[in-house]
Design a binder for this molecule. Structure first.
Ligand SMILES: *[C@@H]1O[C@H](CO)[C@@H](O)[C@H](O)[C@H]1NC(C)=O
Ligand SMILES: *[C@@H]1O[C@H](CO)[C@@H](O)[C@H](O)[C@H]1NC(C)=O
Ligand SMILES: *[C@@H]1O[C@H](CO)[C@@H](O)[C@H](O)[C@H]1NC(C)=O
Ligand SMILES: *[C@@H]1O[C@H](CO)[C@@H](O)[C@H](O)[C@H]1NC(C)=O
Length: 154
C-alpha cells in the first residue's frame, strides 16, 4: 500500500508532457515518409490555381464567401491531395501555414470595412481554431505541471 502511494506521483506526472507529444504526433511522418520539401514545392501550384480562379471573381465580391467557396474548397482539396501524394498527413503544420498565408493574402482586405463573412466550412475552421486552442491548453498544462513540480522541490 505504501509502496503504491510512493509510486503514484511518477504515474501521474507524465500526461501533461505526453499531451503535446500526442498532438505533435498528428504530424508524425506516416510509414513511407513525408517529404516536406517536396510538399512545399507542390503547394504553390495550388496557390496559383486558386489565384487564377479568384481573378475571375469581381473585386467587390471577393469578401463574399458564397462567391468563392467552391474555389476555396478546391484549393484546400488541392493542398490535401498534394500533401498525401508525397506521403504527408493532412492537415499538417506546413500545409496549414501555407493555406493561412494564402488566405491572409487574399482576405486581409476583408477584415476591414465589415466583411460579408459567412461561416466557413468546418474543415477550414477546425485546423485553424482547434489546433491553437489545444496547443494553448497543452502549454498551460505544461506550465502548471512544471510550476507545481517546482513548488514541490522547493
Ligand atoms: C524530397 O524531395 C526533394 C525535392 O523533390 C528531393 O530532392 C529529395 O530527394 C526527396 N527526399 C526523399 C527522402 O525522398
Ligand atoms: C453573396 O453572394 C451571393 C451569391 O451570389 C448572394 O446571393 C448574396 O446576396 C451575397 N451577399 C452579400 C452580403 O453581398
Ligand atoms: C474535394 O474532395 C472531395 C473528396 O475527394 C470531393 O468529394 C469534393 O467534390 C472535392 N471538392 C472540390 C471543390 O473539388
Ligand atoms: C487590397 O486593397 C488594396 C487597396 O484597396 C488593393 O490595392 C489590393 O489589391 C487589395 N488586395 C487584394 C488581395 O485584393
Amino acid at each position: 500500500m505504501e509502496a503504491r502511494a510512493r509510486r503514484r506521483p511518477h504515474l501521474l506526472t507524465p500526461p501533461p508532457l505526453l499531451l503535446p507529444l500526442l498532438l505533435l504526433c498528428g504530424e508524425c511522418s506516416p510509414v513511407g515518409g513525408c517529404n516536406e520539401t517536396r510538399m512545399l514545392e507542390l503547394l504553390p501550384w495550388c496557390g496559383e490555381a486558386f489565384a487564377n480562379m479568384m481573378h475571375k471573381v469581381e473585386v467587390w465580391k471577393r469578401c463574399n464567401l458564397s462567391e468563392f467557396i467552391m474555389y476555396y474548397e478546391s484549393f484546400t482539396n488541392c493542398t490535401e491531395s498534394k500533401a498525401r501524394v508525397v506521403g504527408c498527413y493532412w492537415p499538417n503544420h506546413l500545409a496549414q501555414g501555407f493555406v493561412t498565408d494564402v488566405h491572409r493574402w487574399f482576405f486581409h482586405n476583408c477584415t476591414v470595412d465589415r466583411p460579408h463573412w459567412e461561416d466557413p466550412p468546418d474543415e477550414i475552421l477546425i485546423p485553424l481554431i482547434v489546433v491553437p486552442i489545444l496547443l494553448t491548453l497543452a502549454m498551460t498544462g505544461l506550465v502548471v505541471w512544471h510550476s507545481k513540480r517546482t513548488d514541490r522541490l522547493l
